[in-house]
Design a binder for this molecule. Structure first.
Ligand code: SF4
Ligand code: SF4
Length: 135
């Protein structure tokens, strides 16, 4: 009982361990929140740093790709397709489970996983992260 009270008192003076991202209370509209941030009327808390080897949104280095299509074959979520018209791999973020199998199988390291985890997009066909956009 004593240890419980000690723990309780300790917790009362401790800072919360969670990071209130992007802000303390969930806003009714994120679009409105971002507009307020742009105007300097609201502030967002930065996300915490992702751990090493975090499996985020895929980056495709098209210049390295040899079009072997092995990534398409191993993808369990059918999130990759070959875009014949543009002669490149097409990725559907909304289907991806971020398992990393395509990255592991690629013989020329044309695919890598970024630490990008903010995936909300108006475009349901949103694909790879553009290599230049990687921080
Ligand atoms: S990370 Fe996994 S689910 Fe996503 S595209 Fe690659 S193989 Fe498919
Ligand atoms: S496995 Fe790599 S080289 Fe082969 S098609 Fe996929 S991205 Fe291109």
């Amino acid at each position: 009982m004593l240890s419980f009270v000690k723990q309780l008192v300790k917790q009362l003076f401790k800072k919360p361990s969670t990071n209130p991202f992007p802000c303390k209370h969930v806003p009714k509209s994120f679009t409105h929140l971002m507009e307020e941030v742009e105007k300097g009327k609201a502030k967002i808390n930065k996300p915490i740093k992702t751990p090493p080897r975090f499996r985020g949104r895929l980056i495709y280095h098209e210049d390295k790709c040899i079009r072997c299509k092995q990534c398409i074959r191993v993808c369990p979520a059918k999130a990759l397709e070959f875009d014949e018209k543009n002669n490149r791999i097409k990725h559907y973020v909304s289907r991806c489970t971020f398992c990393g199998q395509c990255v592991d199988i690629c013989p020329v390291k044309a695919l890598e996983q970024s630490d990008e985890f903010l995936l909300a997009d108006y475009n349901k066909d949103a694909g790879f992260l553009i290599p230049e956009k990687k921080q």
